[in-house]
Design a binder for this molecule. Sequence first.
Ligand code: ADP
Ligand code: ZN
Length: 737
Amino acid sequence: MLTLLKTHFGFDQFRPGQEAIIQNVLDNKDAFVIMPTGGGKSLCYQLPALKLAGLTLVVSPLIALMKDQVDALKANGIAAEFINSTLSYNEIERMQADARTGRIKLLYIAPERLASPAFQNFLKTLAVSLIAIDEAHCISEWGHDFRPDYRNLIMLRQNFPQVPTIALTATATEKVREDIITQLNLQKAKIFLASFNRPNLTYVVRPKRNAFDGLLSILEKHKNSSVIIYCFSRKNTENLSADLRAEGFSALPYHAGLDNLARKQTQEKFIRDELRIIVATIAFGMGIDKPDVRLIVHYDLPKTIEGYYQETGRAGRDNLPSECVLFYSFGDTKKHYFFIDQITDNVERESADRKLKQVVEFCELDSCRREFLLSYFGEHNPPAPPLGKGGDTEDLSDSSPSLPRRGLGGGNGCAGCDICLTPKEEFDATIIAQKILSAVIRTGQRFGANYVIKVLKGSAGQKIRERGHENLSVYGIARDHSEDELKSIIKMLIAKKLLVKSADEYQILSLASAGKKFLQLREKIILSKPKSDELRAVKTMEELEYDQALFEKLRQLRKQIADELGVPPFVIFGDVALRQMAYYFPQSQENFSRVSGVGEEKLARFGKVFISQIAGYAREHGLSEKNIPVRRSSAERGVKREGSTYEETKKYFLQKLPIEEIAEKRGLAPSTITGHLEKLILAGEKLDIDYLKPPADRFEKIKKAFHESGGLTLSPVREILGEEYSYDELRFARIFL
Ligand code: ADP
Ligand code: ZN
């Protein structure tokens, strides 16, 4: 599979989880994959599809995306097609014929197709090896994107009871996950749950003051890259995009009020890198699948944490560092309450209210924002046990050696949110803490933080006068502290368990026993605060110091080729690939082929033009080519290690000795030697082993049996062939397959 991965997709390694999921699919078992956006879900069915004997049927909800997905596969030299309502009758006929003859490996279909009995009959004529259900949450009414057409999938499951199904989603809520399992009857499926941590995203919340200036400086920082800005209302998107255009940015609004054509054009331009910024209402979403969005801005407050996570999730799908900035003002909640108050259903209204409060809590955090998001989705450190129901569950959360680690709870926090990135300094908070605790006591432990702060600051409120609180000794004793400062210290005192906040909506403060002790024993307390009020420019993660000018040139070349072929630019090469080219300046076929995302097809089709562009630039600027390191899998490293047992065995294969003889010479069992051979071949050793090939008739039989079994596992093949064939022989033949 690793060879196929490099040949077709140009990647050297699997992402966390992919290998286990693919193995499960090849073993003919159902799988339910929950992985955040950008995790690499598509590969989990696209790669097996290449290996399986029959057709892989992919159900996908978004007609607009289907063509891009299929184009991307074709650019990798993979036989893929789609059938949806955008095709003419004749085209559909042709696709159907191609599917029947087995010319197509992956067929994408829209769910509404399945409602037609004629289409169902057509499907029955196909040799289907795998059913992949993308965006599986669309089947659930509990989700944010319910599509009634997805209910048709139940029929698909019934019509192909023997065909394994892989359902995939990035849905974070448990309710929806469970609903998917029930609806699709995936009780026996193995569940693969990946961590929802997005290590390449940096989360930042900024106060919404001079927001437009703030926005401009952020856009400046993300020169030339794609950006999505979310606003509260249609009007906001129109205004903001006009303001941005006036500043010379390429920006357009996107919302449900625009007609279909305008929306489609905007989307298309964005995907084709002809439009840099989309200013959208939060209703905008699923239609976009652009891997290189570098910045997501929430210009207004999101409604729910789920929504926020979903929207920020559109940044950095290609795993390159990307930023998510939210402009927060508490005043924004009013706009939301206006709508929440109109909800007539009590349960629904209260739920909306609770969700909004959680967003506010997120914005006002003094602790790691990533940690908050992850624990919101039930992921703790260490990760929580995954879903209880269904079959086996595999937790993929901690198997990410290839990702830059952005763990939690380390010395520097997650190193990927404004809180953790802001340098802190300690200060003696003894006096101010005493003042705050005293104010809580003097006002009778009956009020929330805002009121206590008013008293401390000596505000002239009517309520304060009515209650006679302006006569208290604590009235006005903290005038020299800002409101924000007091708020933040109160939060820290709660965190330190000196104060308690009631869990109801009033959030009343009272003293915890440690707080009483603190006052009585006149204890000292040290707290930490941000070093300066201004958030230091958030630095992005370690990246390749690539040549920006060459990168731009390559981008233009990519765009030009993409336009000629009528596909989005990322179908040609992703940003990861371009950055590598602009860092290593690869000029030989060999070196160029090591670039991430360069498989055989792309090397053949685009290698020459890109290499000549790189070579020209390198010559002009006196730059020399650097070797791109080949990343080896651990298996490979084992095999290549000098003096290893494999090296030893390899010598004999080079001498073309039969297995038995090698086994004898090495004092090992023949099956061990076969194992060595397997490892050597998988590690890419080019050995001439034709002399070992089993007799043609037996080999043909075995080959047929493997195809029939639809996988590469030995036992099903043995079952087909019977005792007459030993495991060793099958294993041996498999090497040649
Ligand atoms: P998802 O559907 O989970 O959001 P995708 O399947 O779109 O994610 O993959 C996200 C990005 O990661 C794509 O650009 C894809 O090419 C890339 N990708 C997937 N698997 C690998 C891999 N093993 N190595 C490198 N890049 C990968
Ligand atoms: Zn953090």
